[in-house]
Design a protein around this ligand. Sequence first.
Ligand code: NAD
Ligand code: TYD
Length: 356
Amino acid sequence: MVTGATGTHLSDHAHIVVTGGAGFIGSAFARRYIANHPGARVTVIDKLTYAGNLANLAPVWENPRFRFVQADIGDDVAITPVVASAHAVVNFAAESHVDRSLTDPDVFVRTNVLGTNVLLRAARAAGVERFVHVSTDEVYGHVATGAATEETPPKPRNPYSASKAGAELLAFSYFTNFGLPVIVTRGSNTIGPYQYPEKATPLFVTNAIDHLPLPVYGQGTAIRDYLYVDDHAAAIDLILHRGVAGEAYNVGSEDALNTVELAHAILGRLDRPQSLVQFVADRPGHDLRYSLDSTKLRALGWRREYDLEATLDATVKWYEANEDWWRPIKSGAFREYYRRQYGDAFASATAARGTS
Ligand code: NAD
Ligand code: TYD
């Protein structure tokens, strides 16, 4: 049943389909939803790309209210029957790393745009009560001054953010034309447990644990808002229940750091020398500043639990305590990626110091 533009009445026993739920933020959302909504059922649909990891779902795997389906969101034959029984869909599934989008844009268009379209079509056929499309602050592009509000026009500048902006616009078109109750969230840089170590923060933390150099792009002046993953998941839960269909919501910590400051904060927490910061070639088209105004989300009642210090503390501690999660990742296909991304010299320096 399609609801109107305001209010949602998702029952306590709703069936929520979470796509991309074996990834970083999607798994945090799935774990949270099972824990905080005792009658709800959660089905995770995930293709299990390099970024998907069933270990992220271990805490809920045995729960009778949890189900996992391995499928590509672009495969309508596989996903339509799963979505058919859903009351709501939360779409996290995406190719999510900017650097990879610079070397292989095609898969970003396939999953982020075409895949989202297949999912929207299935959700429309099912008549879901909510379709939350998880997007990113990167759709606003470089924000030179001030902070982007939900009314700021999208100006994405790399294939990742362009594909995310395309997906959002498509999602809104299903609201405008077909009445699908779509809500879009635009989160800022999210960090915390279970983040694939290609992203700056887990890469820096795990390198620092091993006394390895931290590759900082350009002069390290690029500014991001850093948000703890549980706060991001809580925001999406709130928006799913209280957000208004047809609207977008920024999800930002409003706690900015540049990359050198991020690296120093991590090295300090691990008692490693600041000399481990190593400046490397900049990312082409690097967005040098993101900044979000999250007033609209706060008006729904969202308050983050983790300030910047707590966010960094919890993140660093988790990687220190969970080497069995990240070491196998960093020793697999990741090494080839690392060599391609950072160059032979940097990767060899890393290998010489003993990652295996
Ligand atoms: P992630 O890369 O950790 O996880 C993505 C998940 O999607 C993986 O489990 C992967 O297997 C799955 N997936 C990829 N292609 C798929 C396909 N075709 N079909 C089904 N599953 C597929 O990403 P993340 O960091 O958890 O990001 C989740 C969402 O949040 C993305 O949409 C991303 O754009 C958005 N986002 C991320 C951040 C951030 O800082 N990480 C910030 C704002 C928004
Ligand atoms: P990242 O985690 O890739 O997120 P995004 O680019 O999507 O914001 O990067 C965060 C910031 O850190 C960004 O300005 C790019 C920079 N960065 C580095 O300096 N070195 C790295 O090795 C990576 C992966 C990122």
